[in-house]
Design a protein around this ligand. Structure first.
Ligand code: IVH
Length: 676
């Protein structure tokens, strides 16, 4: 017989560890260090190994997975696991409301919840006397597959409720519905690791989560970063909540992870406002959400409304516009970049994705086409999310008809006809003709861009016109342009020509950093340009720089140094600099900045949003980084400051929600200057 003290200790350890898991995975605020946690876990494992009779189904030691199963067992659900009807626009949501209003007078006065529609794998969890005893997939709604062993490995799933030692009594029986998901960040990390190990990566978090939970070997499931979010009580005994809103809060009290972005809405219109807000924030949520579920809050009313087919009448999923769609890849075109890099792009049957019609998408590079085996004539998956340029995820190989063909690399530049080259060890294919018109167009576009010489009005369209009309043969030529040169171009009238000439003239006064960046030397972006300007302080000094001097600069490696030297020695570039000097485009950096930049922002994390009055995104980022700060893409609780300009968007709302301090450009500049 096991002595009582051991039994008590095992019980105590189980409770402590389960509680630490809850703090870590559900509340995101751990109470103990990883090391302390490991010690508790090891002690419990040792106890359970020595005295197997101490083992309990709610033991956290099971989270590492157990013996592989032969097959999944089909299990009946205690009640039908219903589906949800979809709505694709506000009109369809109103139609739903009209329909159910006619069925029951109470609907007119009803309140609602609005919840994120999680894009994962539905799971059904059964608890008896507070202990997790069974978990299954939805299956056909009547029977699911028993995936209990796999679900035990999910760290945020409570093995026993209530997780916290509070006054709540566990109900004798409770059946919960939730969604197993993988957080975006964890998904990226996981895919990166798989890629490094030469393993297959997953297309999206949902497939990865579903795949991992349907593994017969639960140790494999345990190695995947699966999270859980619960949103409904579907069956149970004992006093249970009467409304969906109360149900969510009850689940939270018991220790279940519940989605954060849920709202209680007085009426349908409020729910539609929540939809709009969530649609805006969609790409910044920590997990993938494909719509908003609007539910009648009164659970009795919802039940009384009944079911049509498999869809309960009391709820509707109002879907976001799809971000991933399939369409036909008609052909593959190529672009010439400003450094001569040739990049392929997809020419598609036009299709709506993420709310806009797309007829072209990037294919990244030629290796990508080969790796993904993308063939002309394939049906391809296209993704467009937020600000991301639409790209081809890959082919739908199953849809092939046999008339698709493998793409062959172009041999000549589509712009100048020069033979293309592939540099050894590089993915990119180049057009090495310095006089290639397509490159000049891109160069000019970059030269005039906001982060470079900032010449308002001179975008790709005018750059193209100027190059095609032979008005410029390098970027310096724009400083020689006369009104008449511009008036000869299509779409130009006096005023437009004057404005552009004025903007070109003003750009003569731009800083050395901007000019260096504007030259478009490979590997020299805004940050490196800033470092070079601070170091050399004039174009003359930079033009005479040696490899050794360049390499001595913090942040400049041998490759960039070589590229700069190579650029400097080319006669076309020498001529270009000469012409710029003659045109009065020859800035010098004032003395006076201290040698080592004070690291006033060290340890601080910033997020940038909106348009700042003076600094470009890149300049603000470079400034922060030069002073020791870090810049990240999305607001989290760990963000120190959000730097917000005009039209800041949802990052601002997120910052407010998290209590993250918001700075404007001026306050950022003062912060940079403030020591400590
Ligand atoms: S409620 C009877 N709420 O979406 C109520 N479902 O397209 C039915 N889903 O398979 C479900 N997030 O698993 C509900 N907040 C949420 C949800 C949600 C995701 C899933 C659900 C269902 C699918 C329907």
């Amino acid at each position: 017989m096991v002595i009582k003290s051991k039994r008590d200790r095992a019980e105590e350890l189980r409770q402590q560890i389960n509680y630490h898991n809850y703090c870590y995975y559900v509340l995101n605020s751990p109470l103990v260090s990883d090391h302390e946690y490991d010690l508790l876990m090891r002690e419990l494992q040792e106890l359970e190994t020595e005295y197997p009779e101490l083992f309990k189904p709610d033991s956290p030691t099971q989270r590492v997975g157990s013996q592989p199963a032969e097959a999944f067992v089909r299990v009946p659900h205690p009640v039908s696991i219903l589906s949800l009807a979809n709505a694709f626009d506000a009109g369809e949501v109103h139609d739903w409301f009209e329909r159910i209003s006619k069925l029951d007078d109470r609907v007119a006065r009803a309140d609602f919840t609005a919840e994120p529609k999680l894009d994962g794998l539905t799971v059904v969890l059964t608890y008896e006397d507070g202990v997790f005893i069974n978990g299954s997939t939805r299956g056909d709604g009547e029977y699911g597959e028993d995936i209990t062993a796999n679900l035990r490995t999910v760290r945020s799933l409570p093995l026993r409720i209530p997780v916290k030692q509070n006054d709540l009594e566990p109900p004798p029986q409770l059946v919960i519905r939730g969604e197993a998901i993988i957080l975006r960040e964890a998904f990226e990390t996981m895919n990166r690791r798989l890629e490094q190990n030469g393993q297959r990566t997953y297309v999206n978090p949902r497939n990865a989560a579903a795949g991992a939970l349907r593994q017969l070997d639960s140790t494999l499931t345990a190695s995947r970063p699966i999270s859980l979010l619960c949103y409904a009580i579907i069956d149970g005994e004992g006093p249970l909540p009467n409304t969906q809103w109360e149900a969510l809060s009850y689940l939270r009290q018991l220790g279940f992870p519940v989605p954060e972005y849920v709202a209680h809405c007085e009426d349908l219109e409020q729910a539609l406002v929540v939809y709009k807000e969530m649609a805006k924030q969609r790409d910044e949520l920590p997990y993938e959400v494909d719509g908003v579920v609007i539910k009648i809050n009164d659970l009795q009313l919802a039940a009384d409304l009944g079911v049509v087919g498999k869809d309960p009448r009391g709820a509707i999923a109002y879907k976001f516009p799809a971000q991933v769609v399939t369409t036909l890849l008609q052909d593959i075109g190529v672009n010439v970049g400003r450094t001569g890099v040739i990049t392929p792009y997809a020419i598609l049957d036009p299709i709506e994705v993420g709310g806009v019609t797309v007829s072209q998408a990037t294919l990244h590079n030629f290796d990508y086409i080969a790796e993904k085996d993308i063939r002309v004539g394939d049906r391809v998956l296209i993704k467009r999310a937020g600000d991301v340029i639409p790209y081809v995820i890959g082919p739908v190989a199953e849809a092939r008809q046999g008339d698709e063909h493998v793409y062959t690399l172009p041999e000549h530049c589509p712009s100048c006809g020069e033979r293309l080259e592939r540099l050894p060890g590089e993915v990119a294919v180049y057009c090495v003709n310095a006089a290639c018109p397509a490159q000049l167009v891109r160069n000019l576009e970059h030269f005039a861009s906001r982060s470079a010489m900032d010449i308002e009005g001179l975008g790709i369209k005018i750059a193209k016109q100027l190059v095609e009309a032979n008005q410029v043969s390098d970027v310096a030529d724009i400083y020689r342009l006369k009104v008449n040169d511009l008036l000869s171009l299509e779409g130009f009238a006096e005023k437009k020509a004057d404005n552009i000439l004025r903007a070109i003239d003003v750009s003569r006064g731009q800083s050395l950093t901007r000019l260096i960046n504007a030259l478009g030397i490979r590997g020299v972006g805004e940050t490196v340009a800033g470092d070079l300007a601070h170091h050399f302080r004039s174009m003359d000094a930079l033009a005479d720089a040696t490899q050794e001097k360049l390499e001595r600069i913090e942040g400049i490696g041998p490759n960039t140094a070589t590229t700069i030297i190579d650029w400097n020695v080319q006669s076309a570039n020498r001529l270009l600099l000469q012409k710029l000097r003659e045109a009065g485009v020859w800035p010098v950096e004032e003395e006076g900045e201290v040698e080592a930049t004070p690291q006033t922002l060290s340890g601080l994390t910033f997020v940038l949003t909106g348009t700042l009055p003076n600094l470009t995104r890149g300049e603000a980022k470079a400034l922060i980084e030069r002073h020791g700060g870090k810049v990240t893409g999305s607001v989290s609780r760990r963000t120190s400051y959000l730097v917000a300009g005009d039209t800041p968007g949802s990052k601002l709302e997120r910052a407010r929600e998290y209590g993250v301090a918001v700075l404007d450009e001026d306050s950022l500049l003062s912060l940079v200057k403030t020591e400590g």
